[in-house]
Ligand binder design. Sequence first.
Ligand code: GLU
Length: 437
Amino acid sequence: MIRVRFAPSPTGDLHVGGGRTALFNWLFARKNGGTFILRIEDTDGARNTEEAQRGIVKGLRWLGLDWDEGPEAGGPHGPYFQSQRKAIYDAYLARLEADGRVYTEENGAVRFKFSRTAITVHDLVCGDVTFAPTEEPDMTIRRPDGSYIFHFVNVVDDIEMKMTHVFRGEDHLSNTWKHIDLFNAFGATPPTYAHIPLILNPDGSKMSKRDAGSAIEHSYINEGFLPDAVFNYLAMLGWTPRADKEVLTRQELVQLFDPSEIHSANARFDMHKCQWFNAQFLRAMTPEALLDAARPFMESQGLVIADDAMAAAAVFSVKEKVSLLTEIPAWVHYFFREDYPFEADVSDKLKAKPENSGLLRAVAGVFAGLKEWTEASVHAAIEEAAKGASVKPGALMPLLRAALSGQSRGPGVSTIAHLVGRESTLRRIDRALAEVC
Ligand code: GLU
């Protein structure tokens, strides 16, 4: 039975590297019907915060990386916070003491006697990596104040929680021999490691918490990304699925996941590519799903949604124009208000020719007489009004768009008129005539 874990230290928000590590573990568990565990490595009281831990949980939940054991989920190997597992660590330390593998310094620090043999890591990504017998001083595993250090608790918990595989950042590879030395000292079989490539900035520097695009909450949740798109993008940071397309659902990624295909070279972060994924996912959504996703971003811009069906159709009508949910309010705001501003070039266009007001009056007249108000009837009315005025519909459309939205770009004019309704359409034309033309 496969068991993997994500083991963050809650020192800050979930960032891209952590999200991707969690994601690879999750994919591997889901692909193999295994168990995915969340373990909070919070032994460093000075650097760990509740807020960071909440941010990590929020980020994982947003990405849809649900865990089978861990905080909130519980499970048979808890507690899942290292800060609550001291008795277990004390018991493991006693075993090493009994075996003569540790000694206590004058200051109270406890050191582990390295085996000083060559140690080979059989890594799924990096292949066999052999470390020569170490010349480092023996490793402190318990500090004078009684707290345990990372390497020790990480190994004890991987034994206690019965981990079979560990996917983690390549920055941990150089210390893995220490972990294997501890596993051996406990007579335990080490998990199979897979050290995944680091994520670099576009300029090749190592991506850090402060770099653009690094924080899941600030760079993605708040910026209008869809979880499925970020999931897809992160999966491809260091892995190329064997598929004839790039846009893949979670289910497809689970099916395709194969750790032997994870790249050993570092991955380059590309925000444009991530946005491209987001645009693809946005375009594939139903109107209702798109509205659900866009609603908080619309409300935070003060748009009041009174009619869900109309609002869903409105956001759906601009889906080809945006790649982020945060861009949607600027494209649809006039659907939800009649006091929209007229962009400068739009007023210029309306004012440019004296006959423009006549054209708008003519189309308003045809609209007023329509028997039914459908997108098709609105479209036909525009053509009729243009014909009556001996202009091309292409000359009338931009004027009408300007009057109905205050903008020069947007969805089809008949779509706008149809969605806002006849009464509002006529009021909008009147307002443009009174205030702009
Ligand atoms: N707490 C460690 C980290 O955040 C976990 C390392 C591991 O996965 O073994 O890097």
